[in-house]
Every structure is written in C-alpha cells, then in structure tokens.
Design a protein around this ligand. Sequence first.
Ligand code: ARG
Length: 284
Amino acid sequence: MEFSTAARILMCPADYFGIEYEINPWMNMQQGTNRQLARRQWQRLYQTLCDLGAAIDLLEPVPGLPDLVFTANAGLVFHDVFLPARFRFGVRQGESPHFGKWARDRGFTLVPLPESMKFEGAGDALFCGDTLFAGYRFRSDVRSHHWVGERLGVPALPLELVDPRFYHLDTCFCPVAPGVAIYYPGAFDEYGRSVLKDRIDRLVEVSAEEAVSFSCNAVVVGRSIVLNQGAPKLAAALETLGFNVRPLEFSEFIKSGGSAKCLTLRIDGEEAASWRHAGQIPSC
Ligand code: ARG
C-alpha cells in the first residue's frame, strides 16, 4: 500500500443512521434523531475534511446498521495492519463484516483479536507519540489492550473509564500532536489522571460543561481541529497552541453518543501517532 502525506479517512454516509436501540446513556429511542438534519451535519463534516485536503474513503451505508456511520469503531489501524473491532453489544456486531471487507479490499493485513475479548477499535485506542492510550470498562476489555500492545510491539497504557457518559476513550481524550492532548479529567480515576499527566507533556483540560458537548471528540487534520460547536474555552486554548479550530454542529449524532471523531477513522495514522511520521513499515 502506498503512503502519502495527505490525511486519509474512512467515513460512512448517515443514510440509515438513527436510534434503534439504547447501548449508552445518550441514546433514547423515544426521542430519536432528525435524519435529514443528521445527513446535513454529516455532509458538512465530509466537506470540511475535504476542504482541509483529506482524501475520504466511503463505506456504503447498510440498512439495519444505524451505527455503521461511527467508523472510529471499525478497528485499529497500525501501518498496514488492521485490528478489527470485537463489539461488546450484539446490535453492533453486524458491522464487522462490512468494515472487514473494506480493510481487506484496501490492502490491510487483518489481525483479529481472540474471540473472547471485547475491543472497539479507535474509539478506545489512540496513539499519542509512541504510546497507545487505551480506555476500558464500558466497551473494551483491559485484556484486549494488553493483547494489542503485545501484538503490535508498542507500549499500551490502559486507562479505566469511570463515567458511563464517557464510555469510549475518544469521548474524553484526544491526542492532537505527539506530546499534546486534550482530556476531561472527570472521565478517569485518580490513577488514570496521573498516568496521563505523567506521560503527556501538554495536557489541555476540558471543563465538565464543555466535555458534555463532546468537545473532546475532535478530528485533527494537520494543524486544524474539527469539533462540536459550543466549547469556546477549549477552542481558545487550542488556538493559543497554534491550532485552527473548526466548530461544526453534531447535535443529531450526540443523541447517539458520538460526534466528529466517532464519524471518522484515520487510515494513515493519526497526526499525534509517531509511527505516522516514521517511514518504515514493520512486519507484524
Ligand atoms: N451509538 C454508538 C454506540 O453506542 C456511538 C458510537 C460512538 N463512537 C465512538 N467512537 N465514541 O456504540
């Protein structure tokens, strides 16, 4: 597979997105979502990422799989290796063959985790520098992160998530560059907070008020950061660090427990992942 400097991202159009079950505290079938508005919000994200120079792969949406739109959960990408998710809930397990086919067609080598382990891909495992920061409890198992770290030969730091509203790591933590990340302290226990402070040079703290609007769930392309609108304090902190912040509206996806970042999977390595910047592809 070829490697270029342009960001490459997997997305899946929101044609069949909706609230058809409840597997996190944000989802409410009675309340539902506005499908037209969701499509418009998805389209704005797609257009914004294209304008930032990203090349977007599109996965065909599938009726009956309303959460296929959240491609961050497809799996974890590491060089030419793809570790497919093992979803905790049966309602999302039907997504796996579609993500798997995409990864195979794209030329990735698939490395499946043992069946007994739950692992929700880039939703719960994010590189910052050389280290894989890994959230567990609500979706992924801590064992899965040990397995992934060992298999990839990278240091993996499991972090327990303690607030069910922040059930995936990408809802409360976002690496933006090697050594720089944003996080919401309330989603972690004391130990997790100390690990993050110890391992990341510049940790930008997000307030509880801004964290509930999913502002940690950001997409980073170069020095630009796309996130949900309504987080002026975080936006100002990121601008001070030299990033361009692009707030967009994600109200319909937040009703499903997701926002900007969940709607994307970075195929060529996140900006904050050191391996993206190292030319060589190790064999796994
Ligand atoms: N409704 C989806 C679920 O609960 C939302 C997934 C959000 N994805 C993420 N990477 N945080 O599984």
